[in-house]
Design a protein around this ligand. Sequence first.
Ligand SMILES: Nc1ncnc2c1ncn2[C@@H]1O[C@H](COP(=O)(O)OP(=O)(O)OP(=O)(O)O)[C@@H](O)[C@H]1O
Ligand SMILES: [Mg+2]
Length: 300
Amino acid sequence: MADPVIGIDLGTTNSLVAYMAPQQANGSAAGTGPVVIPGEDGSNLLPSMVALDENDQIIVGNATRKYLIETPERAVYSIKRLMGRGVEDIHDELKLFPFRLAEDIQPGEVLRIELGEKTFTPPEISAFIVRQLKRNAERFFAGPVTKAVITVPAYFNDAQRQATKDAGRIAGLDVLRLVNEPTAASLAYGLDKKKNGIVAVYDLGGGTFDISILKLHDGIFEVIATNGDTHLGGDDMRWMIFAAIWASTFAAVARPCKPYARLSSRQKLHCQHGIPPGSMSNYRKGSATSERSRANNSSS
Ligand SMILES: Nc1ncnc2c1ncn2[C@@H]1O[C@H](COP(=O)(O)OP(=O)(O)OP(=O)(O)O)[C@@H](O)[C@H]1O
Ligand SMILES: [Mg+2]
């Protein structure tokens, strides 16, 4: 396929790349419509995670999981939450997620995130994910891919939209258009064929749970209202479940999170996730500690 245009769903927890298979030469509609392009591992989804390995090489997707566990200061996830935002409006995110901001950022400056000894802006980190998707598409088409449309939440403001476009540009793509996620979902389900009507799209994503009301006229979608909770995605649910299990299992043997300022960056990471410092090392010491923890919990 010459000069294909790819569609990128740049998600909080998972991203993917797809293309619209064109109508066949004989006019048949068979095999047309959206087709997801798998990665080298055969998976349609690319986890939206980026890490820096021991040699300062960038790793993207599933392979970053070991870094998240072993060297969390060299890995980052959910970067979509920081796209196009300033240091003054991300306090909520910092309470809930272990983003490590570069220390010298001034109000009004672009955010920079520490990965090991290096720092990157959110669009640069997203660009690593986009670049991997571009590579997957180039392998699939056996040729260069330079054009894309990228999805964004309907509630994204101009700065967040611009940051998403920047990510595409940094990854070497000409971003022809940004498409609202509820619009992309409606297109994927072929709702544009209906020509006219009102559509309600619920999106339970990794970062948010939202609803958008779309007006469809002559096959064109207009977002007329959108609302939701930006901290009610699968990401948030997973951490709440994890923190609750952790607290009930290990709290008895854990050191407290205060005084916070004296904790190492790894311990701060644990505290931000509701995991008291010391509990992880106790866990790693072996089953004896875990057994003691369980005994303490059951007697309390
Ligand atoms: N097969 C599955 N089983 C269980 N949970 C899943 C499965 N697939 C996805 N999830 C979870 O559902 C949530 C939504 O995933 P999805 O990939 O739609 O989010 P996203 O597109 O990355 O986020 P957003 O649209 O908010 O930016 C995530 O927390 C993900 O971990
Ligand atoms: Mg999504």
